[in-house]
Design a protein around this ligand. Structure first.
Ligand SMILES: Nc1nc2c(c(=O)[nH]1)N[C@H]1C(S)=C(S)[C@@H](COP(=O)(O)O)O[C@H]1N2
Ligand SMILES: [Mo]
Length: 167
């Protein structure tokens, strides 16, 4: 059977207290709870997943909200160009150009069920373009912080993911 690998859920992850914030270079900062996110238009798509550590998971069916919908609601400033997507596990965060992030889905369901916390629930970022890296599928997404330039620090995801590979 195929599926995502099971990893430990870090202590800082608090699914009960979860909200999604859209902050930074926006006219209307958002702080959405599960019901708010569930009320937004959702879409479903299927994808394979491959981790740089060497394992794969085929035919995952994700459902969630297009990140572009969230960004539009927050009203990005005209100079907003990038975003730092932060997770609930400490320093884990990844930077994206806004146009790429807008096409990603904030997934709240996997294979027809609420996304389990083991795999990033309540919400996991799932880029929909080909050629994305495994560390960009951010589990436990808590904040999307828009920036008017490329973040020069805080973009930790790649380094953290690569540091797990034995050399
Ligand atoms: N918040 C957060 N998201 C994360 C990571 C992490 O450590 N923290 N690891 C990434 C990496 S490298 C992989 S391969 C996948 C693993 O997803 P899984 O635990 O559901 O198998 O989560 C990605 N998203
Ligand atoms: Mo990974």
């Amino acid at each position: 059977m195929t599926g995502l690998e099971s990893h430990e859920v870090p202590e800082e992850v608090d699914p009960e207290g979860w909200t999604l914030r859209v902050t930074g270079a926006v006219d209307r900062p958002l702080d959405l709870d599960r019901a708010d996110v569930a009320a937004l238009p959702a879409e479903t798509f299927e994808e394979d997943f491959a981790c740089v550590e060497g394992w794969t998971a085929a035919n995952l069916t994700w459902r969630g909200v297009r990140v572009g919908t969230l960004i539009d609601r927050a009203g990005p400033t005209s100079a907003a160009s990038h975003a730092l997507v932060r997770a609930m596990d400490g320093e884990y965060a990844c930077s994206f150009p806004i146009e790429r992030l807008a096409t990603a889905v904030l997934a709240t369901e996997l294979d027809g069920e609420a996304l389990p916390v083991e795999h990033g629930g309540p919400a996991r970022l799932v880029p929909t373009e080909s050629g994305t890296d495994c560390w960009e599928q951010i589990k436990w997404v808590a904040e999307i912080e828009l920036r008017e330039s490329e973040p020069s620090d805080g973009d930790t995801a790649k380094e953290l993911a690569l540091s797990r590979i034995d050399s």
